[in-house]
Ligand binder design. Structure first.
Ligand code: PMP
Length: 417
């Protein structure tokens, strides 16, 4: 499922009922029906250990970080900073100082756009993105292009939803200042060959930013093996609280980047004549952060460790195969994107039925799927559709839930036909 080799774990298969019991929300009903939560690419549900870590923090350790000279301040700072170490291990960063805490992928990409790219961009320069990007990996680049006179260019994809790597490489011409690519498409589920793209970028001296929001919940991430320059991810799709995320960047880039937000926590000394800044990552972390959220993020990483990413990926692989097989048998159901290397994120349409109408009927059956443009207007334009439905699975979903979802589509089609 990735172009980076990784060890396969020796853990026994998952006891799925026990796993589901870790996620209290999965036990609830919606419109009187058992919830079938297939909107994990939007945000994942949270295990009890994460909920309890946040609760415990506010009950016992709440204080501000890095500045209090008392026991609570120490506890809060240790718990918060421990997540930086865990994240450095999670993505195999060379150092914890390369982990900049952000509110999510969007903030991480904006930080690179304004602090790394904008000061370097000149009229005539370009930034290369792909046809399958989320708006978070398009709009920040458009904004800095507008300010600098640079332009955006777009690497094409095939109809089956795969990046055309040769075209991407051809587009890496000398005026490209940065390439920005999603690791995994939030619509098509496609896994892009990031290590290959990074190698080609490196040969030409072009920094590569990878949007890892949809990859981190499914694939082991090793930023050094991938060979990219920047990696952004979001905690809330990774079983952690909302408002958490990271930017990883090579230390050299972080040293060269000016601060983006100014304020407390990011300085060494402030004088009215001028201010000197803290070293990375703190120079990018002005103000009071989402402390409890990052404590919860640490608990989410511990939870993932306890399950094992390999076991999660193996389970997801099975669920994906089952879902694709069942969906392909539904008359009139069209899957958008059939990449060979993919995660269990499946966009689809049903002939003659509006995506929102179908999503509403599914919701009445307790099935949560997303319908809309998925913050990927250019991808919708490529496929010539205004919206799709999207079923996105997590390792805690079951075969029975997929079967119930397919049966609910059948009933809804009859009602809407
Ligand atoms: N990129 C991709 C591929 C995404 O799926 C998302 C979230 N839908 C984002 C970026 C933005 O993430 P966030 O809203 O957490 O900043």
């Amino acid at each position: 499922m990735n172009d980076i080799p990784h060890a396969s774990g020796a853990l026994p298969p998952l006891d799925i009922e026990r796993v589901r019991a870790d996620f209290p929300l999965l036990a609830r009903t919606v419109h009187g029906k058992p919830l079938i939560y297939l909107d994990n690419a939007n945000t994942s549900q949270k295990p009890l250990s994460v909920i309890e870590a946040v609760d415990r923090f506010y009950r016992r350790s709440n204080a501000n970080v890095a500045r209090a000279m008392h026991a609570l301040g120490d506890e809060a700072t240790s718990a918060y900073e421990a997540t930086r170490d865990k994240l450095a291990r999670f993505i195999n960063a060379a150092s914890r100082d390369e982990i900049v805490f952000t509110s999510g992928t969007t903030q991480a990409i904006n930080l690179v756009a304004y602090s790394h790219a904008l000061p370097r961009l000149q009229p005539g320069d370009t930034i290369l993105v792909t046809q399958m990007e989320h708006h978070a990996n398009i709009v920040p680049w458009q904004l800095v292009c507008e300010r600098s006179g640079a332009t955006l260019k777009v690497a094409p994809i095939t109809h089956s939803g795969e990046l055309i790597v040769e075209r991407f490489v051809e587009l890496l011409t000398p005026e490209v200042r940065l390439a920005a690519v999603t690791h995994v498409s939030n619509v098509l589920g496609t896994v892009n060959p990031v290590a290959t793209l990074a190698r080609e970028c490196r040969r030409r001296g072009i920094p590569l930013l990878v949007d890892g929001s949809q990859a981190a919940p499914h694939l082991p991430i090793d930023v050094r093996a991938l060979g990219c320059d920047f990696y952004a991810l979001t905690g809330h799709k990774l079983f952690a609280p909302t408002g958490t995320g990271l930017l990883w960047a090579r230390r050299g880039h972080l040293d060269a980047m000016p601060p983006f937000f100014g304020g407390g926590e990011m300085i060494r000394e402030v004088r009215f004549e001028g201010t000197s800044f803290a070293d990375p990552p703190h120079k990018f972390e002005a103000g009071t952060p989402n402390i409890a959220g990052f404590v919860g993020f640490g608990a989410a990483l511990d939870y993932i460790d306890s399950i094992g990413l390999d076991r999660m990926a193996a389970r997801e692989h099975e669920l994906l195969a089952h879902a694709l097989e069942a969906m392909r048998k539904v008359p009139g159901l069209r899957i958008i994107g059939e990449a060979r290397d993919r995660v269990p994120v499946i966009a689809f349409l049903v002939d003659g039925v509006h995506a929102h109408d179908l999503a509403t009927l599914l919701d009445h059956e307790g099935v949560a799927v997303r319908s809309g443009h998925h913050c990927a207007h250019p991808l919708m334009q490529y496929y010539g559709v205004p919206a799709t439905l999207r079923a996105s699975l997590a390792f805690y979903n079951t075969h029975a839930e997929i079967d119930a979802f397919i049966a609910a589509i059948g009933r809804a089609r009859k009602l809407l036909a």
